[in-house]
Design a protein around this ligand. Structure first.
Ligand code: GUN
Length: 284
């Protein structure tokens, strides 16, 4: 049976360190602050935003929520972001995704100051990640790297197979794994012979968005399986992309859902907000 990678435990340690960092900044007269913008009333986004606010409160970070109606126009949203960019008391800006279909997500993400871009989705930050020069790291892939490190898994020389090529997870995950000296394969919906490739993985990262997508026959015995999925099964229960019960019997290590990657993403957002606060204040 696989070792269960306990994201709650690791994220708790990161949040404790973040709280100590926030207290240190506060002693220097810096009150770290995160602005979260949510457009519309997507229930999953609502939960994510509420969790971010709770994490901020626990960590000692001020949070400001901007809730905008679903029919908000592009220009109005851009104006709000520009206002937040120029505010000295705000260090991090996060626009919750997905945005309603009529809004241009790319333009919105480009409008956020790269210095306040705590998601690391701005092309300038994506470019930093490409060249291995990390300041603000994308929260989910960074959380995965922290989990591996906490469990003594070094990606160096290993074959890491990532299923999913999104800008939020798959692509930046590949960059962080390359930086950590893994050999990386990125698979996606058009990949042929997927199971033959995933069976070669020493570290398998599933970021597909489909419950039960990764089955036991796709996993090499002893592999480290990281489940980034956040889905609801037919009973409405939260579950990942991996058939956990079957895969835990053959994997070496596996992350559960919930209690694996998701809590790490939250913790890394707090760390990024503090990094942004420190960088912005040091450069004033
Ligand atoms: N929606 C789902 N995941 C994320 C994320 O990491 N950042 C933002 N801004 N929105 C999301």
């Amino acid at each position: 049976m696989a070792t269960i990678i306990d994201g709650r435990l690791v994220s708790k340690q990161i949040l404790e360190a973040a709280a100590a960092h926030a207290a240190e900044l506060s002693e220097r007269g810096i009150r770290p602050a995160l602005a979260v913008v949510i457009v519309g009333d997507d229930p999953a986004s609502r939960v994510y935003v509420d969790n971010k606010k709770k994490d901020c409160a626990k960590t000692g970070i001020a949070s400001y929520e901007y809730t905008l109606p679903a029919d908000t126009q592009q220009g109005e949203l851009l104006a709000i972001i520009r206002g937040l960019n120029s505010r000295k008391d705000i260090h991090g800006i996060l626009v919750q995704l997905p945005l309603p279909a009529h809004l241009d997500e790319k333009e919105v993400l480009c409008a956020i100051s790269p210095l306040k871009d705590v998601d690391a989705f701005h092309p300038v930050n994506v470019g930093h990640i490409m060249i291995g020069d990390f300041t603000l790291l994308p929260c989910t892939p960074a959380g995965v790297m922290e989990l591996l490190s906490a469990y003594g898994v070094s990606p160096a020389g290993k074959h890491c197979v990532i299923i999913g090529r999104s800008n939020i997870v798959g692509k930046p995950m590949a960059m962080l794994m390359l930086k950590a000296d893994a050999t990386v394969t990125v698979c996606h919906s058009k990949t042929r012979g997927l199971a033959d490739i995933t069976r070669q993985a020493d570290i398998l990262v599933a970021a597909v968005g489909k419950a039960g997508f990764v089955t036991a026959d796709m996993v090499k015995p002893g592999a480290v399986v990281i489940d980034v999925g956040m889905n609801r099964n037919s009973e409405g229960k939260l579950c990942g992309d991996v058939d956990f019960e079957a895969v835990e019997k053959i994997a070496g290590m596996i992350t559960p859902v919930p209690g694996g990657v998701g809590v790490m993403t939250r913790a890394m957002l707090m760390r990024n907000t503090l990094t942004a606060a420190e960088n912005l204040e040091d450069n004033r």
